[in-house]
Ligand binder design. Structure first.
Ligand SMILES: [Zn+2]
Length: 241
């Protein structure tokens, strides 16, 4: 994935390489298949992780992006495991948003166990606001995303909506497995793919659970803060009984 700037319709912002593949990769793939340009911006290279170097994880994330048919992927190389919502971090992120001009931004849910995840959520929200200020920077045009949705897969809260990823599920799994440093066999060669089968079972169960909520096989959950509008009651999906 080249780092040349281009516009995207949908931008997923995440703390670590492989977060997007677990929480909204199926949705990004589905949107790419609808003809939208999708982008992924990781804030850190996950250098505090036990396995793999930052360079390896970035290379793996580029392969994963190809598998998700993403038009663009970047990494801001902010410090992993000690991500902070500073003015400099917000400005850097706001400038990326101005250059990429997404209509929709996907952020991690705003509460969670890992501080990097909820800080990414807050940082992303504030950067979306800043990006719309004309006087932020003379060189770039202001741009405020229209819609912010929160990927809530690990939040254990009722989703506002679920995207059907039944047709994308296997390819989302293939994108996640591009991270061989994380999910591949151990260098010692002791266990044969224990991580792959474990991760497949876990993510399959979660996607199955959310899919079931909308009457499909696999789904990805999202939360929005605004009430959603309905124009046609007869066209509403998801059976009540
Ligand atoms: Zn993460």
């Amino acid at each position: 994935m080249e780092e040349t700037q281009q516009h995207v319709d949908i931008l997923a912002i995440a703390a670590h390489p492989d977060d997007v593949e677990q929480t909204c990769g199926g949705t990004l793939l589905r949107m790419a298949e609808l003809g939208y340009r999708t982008g992924i911006l990781d804030l850190t290279a996950g250098e505090m992780g036990t396995r793999g170097t930052p360079e390896q994880r970035i290379a793996e994330s580029e392969e994963a992006a190809r598998r998700l048919l993403a038009s663009w992927r970047g990494n801001l190389r902010f410090p992993d495991a000690r991500l902070e919502n500073t003015i400099s971090a917000r400005m850097t992120l706001a400038m990326q948003i101005r250059l990429l001009k997404p209509r929709v931004v996907i952020l991690p849910y705003w509460e969670g166990r890992h501080p990097d995840h909820y800080r990414t959520s807050e940082l992303g929200f504030e950067a979306c606001f800043l990006a719309g200020l004309r006087k932020l920077d003379e060189e770039t045009e202001p741009h405020r995303p229209y819609k912010i949705v929160y990927a809530s897969q690990y939040a254990n809260v009722p989703p506002s909506f679920v995207v059907d990823i039944t047709a994308q599920f296997e390819r989302r799994m293939a994108a996640l497995l591009a991270y061989q440093s994380q999910y591949g066999p151990t260098p010692e060669g002791g266990e044969l793919f224990p991580r792959e089968s474990e991760i497949r079972e876990r993510l399959g169960a979660i996607a199955r659970f959310y899919g079931n909520l909308i009457g499909v096989r696999y789904g990805e959950p999202f939360v929005v803060k605004e009430t959603q509008r309905v124009d046609d009651l007869v066209a509403m999906g998801v059976r009540s009984l």
